[in-house]
Design a protein. Structure first.
Length: 47
């Protein structure tokens, strides 16, 4: 659980933000996969 407040948006909000971050990182650092998905847990940042 990230926030202690009632949801104010879609349950895919975090996923969309992660996707946007991945796009920006890929544009700046081609070929880098810094944000990894850990199924059943969430995300982790390498490096």
């Amino acid at each position: 659980k990230i926030w202690n407040e009632p949801r104010a948006g879609s349950n895919k909000t975090v996923m969309v933000h992660i996707s946007n971050l991945r796009d920006k990182i890929e544009a700046a650092l081609p070929g880098e996969s810094i944000i990894q998905t850990v199924w059943g847990v969430g995300y982790k940042v390498d490096k």
